[in-house]
Design a protein around this ligand. Sequence first.
Ligand code: 4AD
Ligand code: MG
Length: 468
Amino acid sequence: MADLRRTSVQELLRSTDLDRDVLVRGWVRTRRGNKYVQFIALNDGSGFNSIQVVANAEQFPEEKLKADGVENGAAVQVRGRLVASQGKGQAVEIQAEEITVYGTADPAAYPLQKKGHTLEFLRDIAHLRPRTNTFGAVLRIRHAMAFAIHDYFNRHGFYYVHTPIITGSDAEGAGQMFRVTTLPDQNPPLMEDKSGVDYKQDFFGKQTNLTVSGQLEAEVAALALGKVYTFGPTFRAENSNTARHLAEFWMVEPEMAFYDLQDNMDLAEDFLRSLVRYALEHCPEDLQFLNDQYDKELLSRLRFVVDNDFQRLTYTEAVDILKSAKQKFEFPVDWGTDLQSEHERYLVEKHFRKPVILTNYPKDIKAFYMKLDEDGRTVRAMDVLFPGIGEIIGGSQREEDLEKLRRRMAEMHVPEHELWWYLELRKYGTAPHAGFGLGFERLLLFVTGMANIRDVIPFPRYPKSAEF
Ligand code: 4AD
Ligand code: MG
């Protein structure tokens, strides 16, 4: 018996090889029963479902289980026989022969009680919420989506490049960066004329920050390896206390040489559809739970996206539609101003009732690197808008002409000296290229149907919150 190997709960639940000795380890989800028999639901995280452990009262009287701490939240090992279940709701169960407790969880103090907790409450116990049905499901889907992303790109001839986390430039030119410094808080070295801190004396000999996007470095790689992507954490110090913004989020950024805006849209659409299809195929139990528990439309919405083309139109066409809409908006719609989320949601949820790709935005509301259109007023930008989410992808064809790029940088006050290497890409072997950024947590909001982005990342970072 001593060499009995541990099996995962999922493996046992799928097993047809019955009437054998098994060993499982996990956490007690519930214990219930009567004076003849006790039922322990044991979950080890390997999948959504728990296995039922049946403990006969002759060997395991309730009082003894209690005294040993076989309670909600305890970590235990169970040795027993895997048998066909007598009861409804499961095919197999374990008849316990030996229960060993690794760690108890005092029922009077354990914060996860049997009753459902609000998502807000669970956010305050982010160290324990992975043990709930909801966060187990979300975290497994998060894993599946990350895997599907690498798999998609690998199958399509993209190379994964690691772009830096610490950078000396502002990739979006939006000034929403977290500074990285090792200078002392008290009396940092000052410039000779005392006009400010002397960052020449800082660790990197210059001002540095956490990256807002890996795009500029991905362009370097694309102009050598052809098709590449980055997938890493990005940081934005925007003070947006919304259900769709994080200060630390993960972004997937493909970048492709010799792609124009059309190619870029085709890729974005195929990519998103295949990720959603992957989730439907590989996470049925977790998705079914989230569908039943939180959002009865979830599965049908996912299938709709897999089965239907996205609607493509220009920003200018979208503005015309919004202007003639019967709906009253809080913010006015004027050509040249950025669309608010109420406008995006009107287009996606009311007007077209499907995902939308908006293109050719006014140059003044988009980043400096986007390729200027012939009219000189708009750029080859694309935003993909999703139901319930709004913007899920932002991307563009890049300006590959050195002089046009320099002019745009000057207009938008982007310092050339910080990006001399980026400009050199246009000097030596420049080529048309394009790419986009998919917010990984926005994708997860869509796939899980969760309403708040803080509930699709294990340890959310947002204004005034960096616990855990
Ligand atoms: O539209 P954004 O700012 O585009 C870029 O950063 C480009 N450099 C991407 C590229 O072309 N390679 O961000 C891309 C996506 C958004 O569409 C959104 O899904 C997500 O990143 N995003 C955020 N997600 C969570 N919290 C935030 N604060 C986010 N800001 C952007
Ligand atoms: Mg954007």
